[in-house]
Design a protein around this ligand. Structure first.
Ligand code: GLU
Ligand code: ZN
Length: 493
């Protein structure tokens, strides 16, 4: 075991998104690479925004992705509990110690007063920020405020020095003292804020490396200052953690990918049938490279070589097409049985199967999988191509041709083609792919002198319901003679 301890510490608000998953992945990979510890902590101190649903989604998401955590919810660990909502007494205690030691103080300023003074500072050409008005209140002034019925917030007293650290990704970063004013750590209601609970838990949970998104860069000088204060009062024992800020992820139009962008939502990837392997493989490329131009690898392979020092500080571009194509590569690596197993829940969810497949249906599926495996980049694309095999069976929906496809392909011109195909297929005795192919070619290509597209298009749509399907002759074989003939007959009518 190495001493490396990293954490993934999302707030349970809204739906899990890919930015979050990338952060989790880089932390996970670093822990696994170093033989360290991956801590999963839930930052749920904001009762107005947090939800139990979102908490459950987070756990479920990490499990689905296969990112196991060594300490955290449901797993426990030496620093339990790992839900901040269950650690409130710890934060109250630390806030008390910071107040008692003078590292923090009560601030009675109202929002309006703060805003007025910020405005004045702006007009005077100074950096607007908290001006330290309550740093040195006398006992009388405090008593005066209290009698006015004001409840104070707790503010952390920033040292009047610049802050520099060597970021694991960005190198030396400096924030000038004037840009980091004293900041609030506890609300007037007594609720502790992220600014307090996050660094306090990093200290108490002995986190050594903080890897997180670049949007949090400006909170680092505050956290370093708070860390130093905690060290002074004996709460922190070890060294300051090292920080590495992962680059921004840009979406369409070179704007930061936002949680509201549809390609941001983890749920979308699950619903469309991306494999966890494919999604993680793609997200690993957002700011990091395996080396030697290698773009296809598992998270375990990533972990064998992952080093924070090789994370690129430049913004990464999110490319859904590339993500999807990598997912297709992953789908092609699966054994047909495994792919059948993975696609089954989607077939059930979409109503293609009404329940767990019977042994017979599973055989149909396994036979059909090799026909579609090359053509699908997501599991959902497979459903569209496989659905025709299960329609018209007990408990499954009736078979129906996609009306748009019907309009395009099942035209009056197609009528004689289908009639000829029906006659040829009715005569096939040994229902195998080569015999089916032979019969259709003889009747349509030679007999009617049609081009393959014109000949086979109507048959394909009549039998599979769509123009995009697995290869036609194989599909007919798997579907069976009776059902194939019935569908062609129905289309002729
Ligand atoms: N709960 C914070 C967030 O989700 C954690 C930020 C951090 O990693 O420090 O943004
Ligand atoms: Zn104040």
């Amino acid at each position: 075991m190495s001493e490396v301890r990293v954490r993934f510490c999302p707030s349970p608000t809204g739906n899990p998104h890919v930015g979050m998953v990338r952060t989790a992945l880089f932390n996970w990979a670093y822990a696994r690479h170093t033989g360290g510890t991956f801590v999963f902590r839930i930052e749920d101190t904001d009762t107005a925004r947090d939800s139990e649903q979102s908490y459950n989604d987070l756990l479920d998401s990490l499990r689905w992705l296969g990112m196991d955590w060594d300490e955290g919810p449901e797993v426990g660990g030496p620093h339990a509990p790992y839900r901040q909502s269950q650690r409130m007494d710890i934060y109250a205690d630390v806030a008390g110690k910071l107040l008692a030691s003078g590292h923090a103080y009560h601030c009675y300023c109202s929002q309006e007063e703060l805003e007025e003074r910020r405005e004045a500072a702006r007009e005077a050409g100074k950096t607007p920020g908290y001006d330290g008005a309550c740093r040195t209140l006398s006992a009388e002034q405090k008593a005066d405020y209290e009698t006015q019925g004001r409840s104070p917030v707790v503010r952390f007293r920033m040292p009047d020095t610049d802050f520099t650290w060597t970021d694991l990704v960005r190198g030396d970063v400096t924030f000038a003292a004037e840009h980091v004013p004293d900041y609030v750590i506890v609300r007037a209601t007594g609720e502790p804020l992220y600014t307090l609970v996050n660094p306090v838990d990093d200290v108490l949970m002995e986190i050594t490396h903080v890897l997180r998104g670049e949007d949090l860069l400006s909170s680092t000088p505050r956290q370093l200052a708070l860390y130093d204060a905690l060290k002074e009062i004996g709460v922190a024992k070890g060294e300051r953690p090292l920080y590495g800020h992962l680059p921004y992820v840009m979406g369409e139009g070179n704007k930061k990918l936002s949680k509201r962008d549809p390609e941001s939502s983890l749920l979308m990837y699950r619903e469309e049938g991306y494999l966890p392997e494919g999604l993680l493989n793609y997200l690993a490329l957002l700011g990091w490279a395996f080396g030697e131009d290698r773009e296809f690898f598992s998270k375990e392979e990533m972990a064998t070589v992952f080093d924070v020092a090789r994370v690129n500080a430049n913004p990464a571009r999110f490319d859904l097409k590339k993500c999807t194509s990598i997912n297709g590569d992953w789908i092609r690596t699966l054994a047909p049985d495994e792919l059948a197993r993975r696609i089954t829940p989607y077939l059930i969810k979409d109503g293609v199967l009404s329940a767990e497949p019977t042994a017979e249906q599973m055989d149909v599926l396994k036979n059909a999988i090799p026909l579609v495996q090359e053509r699908m980049e997501t599991l959902r694309q497979g459903i569209g191509m496989l659905g025709f095999l299960f329609a018209d069976q007990p408990g499954s929906p009736a078979f129906a041709v996609d009306p748009v496809e019907a309009e395009k392909v099942l035209t009056p011109d197609a009528q004689p083609v289908l009639v000829a195909a029906l006659a040829a297929l009715t005569a096939v005795e040994n229902w195998t792919t080569p015999a089916i192919e032979e019969a259709l070619r003889t009747a349509l290509i030679e007999g009617l002198e049609l081009k393959p597209k014109v000949a086979f298009g109507p048959v394909r749509v009549a039998v599979t319901g769509r123009r995009v399907s697995p290869p036609l002759f194989e599909s007919l074989e798997i579907l069976g003679k009776d059902r194939s003939l019935a569908r062609i007959t129905a289309s002729i009518k």
